[in-house]
Write a protein that binds this ligand. Structure first.
Ligand SMILES: Nc1ncnc2c1ncn2[C@@H]1O[C@H](COP(=O)(O)OP(=O)(O)O)[C@@H](O)[C@H]1O
Ligand SMILES: [Mg+2]
Length: 373
């Protein structure tokens, strides 16, 4: 089956045990991987809306394992929220709508899994951080997610994407691309490759600490971008984190590092502003402080001392890792990350590596900022 239509979605929605009958399905654009629809069920006043999603079986062949993880996480977090008397829990975390057959997902004839969540009304998402308030609030929400899921370790959640943030393996893959050099692009990549070499020792420290079990493996979100946070449209507070497909065992520092490298900068991801001018990679001190403070507050006591000690290093490591992935794709001919101009992946790599270098050079100053206030 190619992309499902609204008619397919309406038919699929019949399988879920929501109030009323599905009346309307709108395609809900967003990600490139799953296909989402906003479904309106009527016979209620007011009508109720839901997010119906088809998990892409080509990218996630183990859709059943994703659903098992999400089922455990949603149940666990609801239990935690309930025990602390949080009001309007359904606005603070996703819940799976049961199917009429008694499960939580339906597999279609092509093998894709479908699931449905209640739509959280009165919310907005952002594609990019605009204010320090948003950065602080989003980071709190992702930190809170780690706190709420910290006990979910027996048994561990399923690993959906093995070695997702295994930085040494990502760097090794880059070296293999350098060796094969299929597009003869080594000359233009020389400066970026030299920067990777400089950043490599620090970037590999987290994996060593994880391998030695000094850093804990714990449930992590693994896609901590701002577009995966629902903000209350009235007061702009982060209400709820979404997109739970990549939740699996990892390091809290993967979530923090990815958030800090993406939210604590105003540099465009590919280094070019709207006029096409090159923008030097910079870490924005206020945004970085907002991300750190929000995260530390949200994660609270669930963070180990060693995790706290490596916040800055993780931001540097995650920026290096992503920079290496962009650079590898550039060397291999832009087969993974889509491009709209020839050197875009090289410039994406230069931007991430530039951000990593900023974290390295401004370590002392930024470390102070992280724990102040
Ligand atoms: N329960 C929900 N209520 C309201 N909006 C939602 C809900 N879940 C997701 N969204 C919106 O849909 C978008 C896409 O959902 P997401 O699960 O992140 O899928 P994708 O894999 O496409 O990124 C989100 O960025 C958010 O704007
Ligand atoms: Mg998303």
């Amino acid at each position: 089956m190619s992309k499902p239509t609204s008619a397919d979605a309406l038919q699929m929605a019949e399988n879920f045990s929501a109030d009323g009958t599905p009346q309307n399905a709108e395609i809900w654009s967003g990600g490139h991987i799953n296909t989402s629809f906003r479904i309106t069920f009527s016979e209620n006043t007011p009508p109720r809306r839901y997010l119906l999603q088809r998990i892409n079986a080509h990218v996630f062949p183990q859709g059943n394992l994703i659903m098992e993880n999400i089922r455990r996480v949603t149940l666990h977090v609801f239990g935690m929220l309930q025990s602390t008397g949080v009001q309007n829990m359904e606005r603070h975390f996703l819940s799976l709508v049961p199917t009429k057959q008694g499960g939580f997902c339906v597999q279609d004839a092509d093998g894709h899994f479908w699931r449905m969540y209640p739509w959280v009304e009165g919310t907005q998402t952002k594609l990019q951080v605009e204010t320090t308030g948003q950065a602080n609030s989003a980071a709190f929400a992702f930190g809170d997610f780690l706190r709420l899921t910290a006990d979910l370790t027996h048994p561990p959640l399923h690993t959906i994407l093995p070695d997702f943030h295994h930085t040494p393996k990502r760097l090794q893959a880059l070296q293999e691309a350098v060796q094969s050099n299929p597009k003869n692009r080594l000359d233009s990549a020389a400066d970026a490759l030299a920067l990777v070499e400089e950043l490599t020792p620090d970037a590999c420290i987290l994996q060593t600490l994880l391998d030695q079990k000094q850093l804990p493996w714990r449930p992590v979100h693994n896609d901590t971008k701002i577009s995966n946070v629902l903000f209350d449209a009235t007061n702009q507070e982060a209400l709820c984190v979404v997109d739970l497909d990549t939740v699996m065992p990892g390091s809290a520092l993967h979530d923090f590092g990815d958030m800090a490298r993406s939210m604590a900068t105003r540099t465009p991801e590919d280094g070019r502003n709207e006029n096409g001018d090159w923008v030097e990679a910079k870490v924005d001190t206020e945004l970085f402080a907002a991300v750190c403070h929000g995260f530390l507050q949200g994660a609270g006591d669930s963070l180990a001392a060693l995790e706290k000690q490596h916040l800055l290093l993780s931001a540097q490591a995650l920026a290096t890792e992503l920079g290496a992935r962009f650079l590898m794709d550039y060397l291999l001919g832009d087969t993974y990350f889509g491009i709209t101009r020839p050197q875009q992946n090289l410039e994406r790599a230069q931007t991430q590596l530039g951000i990593a270098k900023e974290f390295l050079q401004r370590k002392e100053e930024l470390e102070k900022v992280a724990f102040m206030g």
